[in-house]
Design a protein around this ligand. Structure first.
Ligand code: NAD
Length: 279
């Protein structure tokens, strides 16, 4: 099965579901990414910080599938926000992955206390002009961070990748992205092993549609216009996470899932205004 494609504000297309690779590493991780590719995944989400750029690139080569069929995303670490550092890191990541362009490159975190994300964004605009990156985007950006980079460069990100799951619904942020023409990606879309999969409303809808709880949650994302990038090492789970395009939740059901939101539902320590990368 393959995910349908969605067109971004720069005209490029992105698959509607991807594979997260956080903590998928080493030789075993390489095999797990390969099974996902064989199963139909084309959007692969990595980051310099995950130490999985090398195996993602290697899995692409070993798959025998043309590079052009993939949509590869990686992210800029916080210590490289200075303009020259960012340009260096983009090229270094390409060498690590053995690729000559990225489909999507993101600023991993805004780190507003350091205040260098506009510089990083300018480097990405340059890298896009050089052909090193097709689409440029951000991650964990709040509306004020989005406005600052847009105001200072005139370039709007294609994507904002943020934390979204049933305990952290993010209606305000998804709307903020939409107002600016930015597509939202959801990280930790299943709540990273939280109890969300066991919630009564989720299991009830899973039963109703003959789907799993994970499929109901991923479908909820898709119908909100959000691209989820679930992480799984397990072929069965990888397969079901991609098979979410043959059923439809009602608007009332989507709203019932929204009600699972908790005031402290965010994964601990992941507030974009506070989050720091120290290495
Ligand atoms: P996730 O919500 O994808 O949850 C992963 C957990 O769910 C794993 O324990 C997995 O075994 C389980 N799971 C997966 N499929 C399942 C299924 N069908 N049934 C039951 N359980 C299932 O959490 P995540 O890995 O934190 O997030 C996904 C991806 O998002 C990451 O791998 C990474 O690529 C990206 N991410 C980005 C940022 C960022 O700052 N931009 C932060 C965190 C994660």
């Amino acid at each position: 099965m393959k995910a349908p494609l969605i067109t971004m504000n720069d005209g490029h297309q992105i698959p509607a579901v991807g594979l997260g690779t956080y903590q998928i590493r080493g030789g075993e991780g390489l095999d797990q990414i390969l099974t996902a590719i064989q199963d139909g995944y084309r959007l692969l989400d990595t980051s310099t910080n995950y130490d999985s750029e090398g195996i993602v690139g290697e899995a692409i080569r070993r798959s025998g599938i043309p590079r052009s069929e993939f949509f590869v995303t990686t992210k800029l670490p916080g210590k490289y926000h200075h303009y020259e550092d960012a340009l260096m890191m983009i090229q270094e990541s390409l060498f690590r992955m053995g690729l000559d362009y990225f489909d999507l490159y993101l600023i991993h975190w805004p780190l507003p206390k350091r205040g260098l994300y506009v510089e990083a964004w300018k480097a990405m605009v340059t890298a896009q002009k050089l052909g090193l990156i097709r689409s440029i985007g951000v991650s964990n950006f709040e509306p004020e961070h989005l406005d600052k980079i847009i105001d200072e460069t005139g370039v709007t990100p294609a994507i904002n990748q943020i934390e979204i799951h049933p305990y952290w619904v993010q209606e305000r942020m998804v709307e903020a992205d939409k107002e600016r023409g930015i597509l939202t990606e959801a990280w930790s879309p299943l709540g990273r092993g939280s109890d969300a999969l066991k919630e009564a409303v989720i299991t009830e809808l899973a039963e109703k549609y003959g789907k799993t709880s994970a499929q109901v949650i991923l479908r909820w994302h898709a119908q909100r216009g959000i691209i989820p990038i679930p992480k799984s090492r397990n072929l069965q789970h990888q397969r079901e996470n991609l098979a979410i395009f043959d059923f439809e939740l009602t608007q009332t059901e989507i709203e019932r899932i929204n009600l699972l939101e908790k005031a402290d539902g965010r994964i601990e320590g992941q507030d974009p205004n506070e989050y720091e990368e120290f290495d």
